[in-house]
Ligand binder design. Sequence first.
Ligand SMILES: Cc1cccc(C(=O)NCC2(NC(=O)c3cccc4nocc34)CCCC2)c1
Length: 235
Amino acid sequence: MKFDVLTLFPELFNIVMRESIIGRAQENGIIKVNAINIRDYSKDKHKKVDDYPFGGGTGMVMTCQPVIDAYNDITKDMTVKPKVIYMSPQGRVLNQKIAKELSTEEHLILLCGHYEGIDERIIEEIVDEEISIGDYVLTGGELPAMVLIDCVSRLVQGVLASENSYSEESHFNGLLEYPQYTRPADYNGKKVPDILLSGHHANIEKWRTQQSIERTKQKRPDMYEVYERTHKKNL
Ligand SMILES: Cc1cccc(C(=O)NCC2(NC(=O)c3cccc4nocc34)CCCC2)c1
């Protein structure tokens, strides 16, 4: 799977996406993250990529020309145009379901905004979909793009070593995770629940599911409500 990222800060991607699982997946050729510097396409003599907003207001807006020319350049030899996702506060909020959908794409182009945003005509011209990672104010779309690349890439076949331990079903069953413990069994007098030391796998499984359900109910009633609806027959 290939990600082309249109950004003003390509170095951010070259450093972060070279590490850990994504880095290994790139070495194995399963994933490719290609960061393109929008500024390289600016025809302005000072390489400007932003300008004052019509109608006034504080802040600057990213101009059309560099972004559209960058898009046209990377897609000029492509018969099938890849889906273009603009990382944006106006987008539908990313979740595991959307990540799963996106992991079936061969090629995605991600556009990262900056300043107060991008000229609306860029969205009209090249953007297929807007996706947000959540409702808070950020300085740019680069971190959101990295979040999307992370959660989508790990669902691509072969990126994760042991599929079953991280596969979506076992790792994300619509509930929060049960509490995790590791050695020592007694840390500063704090003991690991006996059930986990019992070696009784069926009971351990039951305890873990109950813990997941209880903490989802308590911490994320919204998530629990979805779970209940889709599992009502078994509850
Ligand atoms: C709730 C809210 C309302 C109004 C503005 C902003 C805001 O943060 N505006 C600034 C920018 N924000 C993002 O790009 C951004 C932000 C958050 C999640 C995201 N998921 O993807 C991209 C995301 C937009 C242009 C440059 C950065 C946020």
